[in-house]
Structure formats: C-alpha cells, structure tokens
Write a protein that binds this ligand. Sequence first.
Ligand code: UN1
Length: 504
Amino acid sequence: MKEIAASLGLAKVSPGAFGNGVIATKGEILTSTSPITGEALGQVQCADAQSYEQVIKEAQDVFLEWRKVPAPVRGELVRKIGEALRDSKHSLGKLVSAEMGKILPEGEGEIQEAIDIADFAVGLSRQLYGKTMHSERRDHRMYEQWHPLGIVGVITAFNFPAAVWAWNSMIAAVCGDVVLWKPSELTPLTAVAINSVCREVAKDSGFEGVFSLLVGSGPELGQKMSADKRIPLISATGSCRMGRSVAKTVGERLGRCILELGGNNAVTVLPDANLDLVMSGVLFGAVGTAGQRCTSIRRALVDQSIYDTFVERLRSAYKQVRIGNPLEKGILMGPLINEAAVASYRAAIEKAVQEGGEVVFGGKVLSGMPSSLYVEPTIIKAHAGMSLLKEETFAPILYVVPVKDLDEAIHLNNDVPQGLSSSIFTRDLSSTERFLSASGSDCGIANVNMGTSGAEIGGAFGGEKDTGGGREAGSDSWKQYMRRQTSCINFGKDLPLAQGIVFS
Ligand code: UN1
C-alpha cells in the first residue's frame, strides 16, 4: 500500500504548506490511514499560523501578476495540467482508491473528471463572455466585463478528494484567480500528490503559486480561511453542519461562498419503467462508492403496483455485489471511510427498525475483512412517515418506499431538507415533463431514466435548500469566480442623464 504513495514521489512526511514553493511549517504531523487495510499510507506536516500567513501573502502576490496574463494563455497552462493529469491518471487514481477506499475504476474516474474539467476550462478561457447592452442614452455604449476575483479558498471533502478541487481550481485558474486548497484531513496525500503534479507544470510557466495548499488536521483551518477577508470566495463541499458554519463566517464579512453540501437523493420508479435500467441505475447509485457520494441514491419511491417486484429484483442484484479490497479487479464495493461512518451506518439501521422499517438485505458490518470498515449494502423496506428518511447517512443504505402515484412521489422527493439530486424512471412523456416542471422535483439535478449520481462536468453541479445553493463545474458556474463590471461609455458631445432627468 505504501508503495502507491512512494510511486508518486511522496515523502515519508510530506510538507503540508505550499505557496510559491514549499513553505516551512512546524505544524502537527497528520497520518493518513487507508480504510482498505487500516495501515498508514504516509504522513503530512500540517500548516501552522506562520505558514498560513506566508501562503496567503504569496498567493496575493502571485494573483497580482496572474490576473494580467491573458485568459487564453492561462488556458494554455490548464491545458498542460490536463495533459499531466492524463499521464498520471493511473497512479493518482490508485492513490485516491487507497486513501479514500473507492474502487479503482472510480478512483481513476475521478482523475478523469479532473481531466475533463481541465479540458472544459481550456475552451472556457476563450469564452469568458460579457454582454453588450443598448444604452438608453444617445451616443453611449454599455457593456459588462468579467475580471479576476482574487484568492479562491477551496475546502474539499474526503469522498471526492481530487475531482471537486479540480472543478473549482481549473475554472478559477482560467478566470485569473489563484487557488488555496484545504483538503479533508482524511485524504491529505491525494491533495499533496495532485497539487505537486499541477505545480510542476505551473512552475515551468513561472506561476507555481497559482495552486497553493494548506493541510490541517481539524475544522480550525477551514474556519480561519472562512473568516479571512483576503479570500473573497470560499467554495466548500461537505456536511450541512460544516456549510452552515462556513456560510455564517463568510457572511459575517460579506464574502462570497459556493456551498455543495448534503444530499438525500430519491429515485422515483413508475409502473411503466424499464426495470432493467432501474436495476443498473439504482445499483450504481446506491452501492457505488459504498454510498459515500453526496449524489448517492438514498431513497427509492416505487409505485405500489411494482413494489414487491422491485424489491425482489434489487435483492438479487445486491447478492451479486462483490465486497472487498477496492484495488482488486471485480470488486464493486470497498470499505467505509472510518469508524465514525460505520457507527452512523449501524445507528441508521437501528433507528430504521425502531421506526418500523424492515431490513430485507444486508444490515451488518462484515467480519473477516482486511479492516473493520466493510459493511453490507442494505435495502430497507420503509414507509413515508419515517423521520429517518429526512436524514442523510453517508453509507450504502437504501430506503424503499411505496407510493400510490407520481404526485405522492414528487411530494416525498421534495419533502426533505436537502435538494441535490433526483431522478425518475418512466417511459411516459407527461410523467417525465411533470417531474421536470416547476412543480416537479425541487433539486439542482433532475435526471430521467438514470440514477442520481455520476454527473458530467459540463453541467452546473449543486443543489437547493440545505444543499447550500451553490453551483460548481460547467455551464456558467465560472461567473462566481470573477467580478462583474458594468461600464458605460459616452462618446458624444452631451451628457444626458438616465431616466430622462434634467439637472439644470
Ligand atoms: C460529491 O459527492 O461531492 O455526480 C460529488 C457525482 C460526481 C460528483 C459527486 N460526479 O456523483
């Protein structure tokens, strides 16, 4: 296991503070442990107060120059980063799997997601369009332009230790910003490795400091960044609790934030659905990444007429899931991230049973595995009144709820605090359109005949309500990483006032 980290050039104790080069720190030593075997993968020396200041100062200095580099030239740097990520896709993907515990195809998939957003950002670097408006005043022209913003603080979670950073930083870099990354304390090695790949490329162009990194061992570092006025934008991914605290602190100083928080995603299954598609979609959505995606399927809202068939077929599909070392071929589900996650898994199942739910598959922590973090994917027959259905448990637990019609399904889909992702399986056009309409799903993502997870980078990613309202990655998410400026130019000989005001 340790060889994986070593193959990427990671030292026994990696530095945890990078600005325009490595910054000395006397912070505590953080050990990264693989959930696969429980064995230590390597260590990182965390940032301390002094290195924090140094990194911010260097980032500020780099920004002053980087913002003047033409956007397509910034895009060229990001293009090279995409190439470097391609070259290291396998080794970085393996490190993601080793440190986070997701299966290798998903670990590599995550690096692919980083490559995809780099490619997207390269194109975007020539498309940071502003609008031109017709002025109401004679001989005036009005237009808007987009300028770089400054330091973008990116706080990422353990479950996507590479891709979410890339969504933010590839876009921020072409926008002329510099990025300060605070990774999860559970996946610091992935961050150090990815950051060094990018910095190596950036160094050649003289802009190594566009990508800074600070590793911390707890929530303090994220809090410090959130309170820091020198960071105009904080983009944070994680729990609703973390998001509330970040939003409060950033809001206090009237900063900007992009939040991508919890999901409690439901799939609606109507009687006319193609059940083969449903099974593949639900299996990947609920069991993939051991249920540790914010987009994982947590609830299946199934028409009562096909409820029993759905449960039976899904049980058969779950029986085929091979659980084990996620680096081994053919394994579909690896471990949970840590003991706390296993405890939440147990607690949720216990509560489900207390509330009248029936475990029809799984429900147990597995013994005889390489670590104590392997659990069974679990199907629970549930009913709409269970309070647990409104909570997100970051584990492979699926609640299957019978519904009488589409209206009830939409009601239940929306009747939770979170609003990230949703989907419907049907062949009926009216049901599809109703689900996607203004009175349909209230989520940031609404899919048809596919699951709720595995979004492509081209769309804006994020959701409503307790999910935080932020949007990252594609579409026009880039606008949040820039400051908009509206300009009006008078090329005439008079100075007419708007709204027809005469001031004389
Ligand atoms: C997350 O879990 O925070 O849509 C991000 C997906 C992935 C990203 C998930 N592309 O499932």
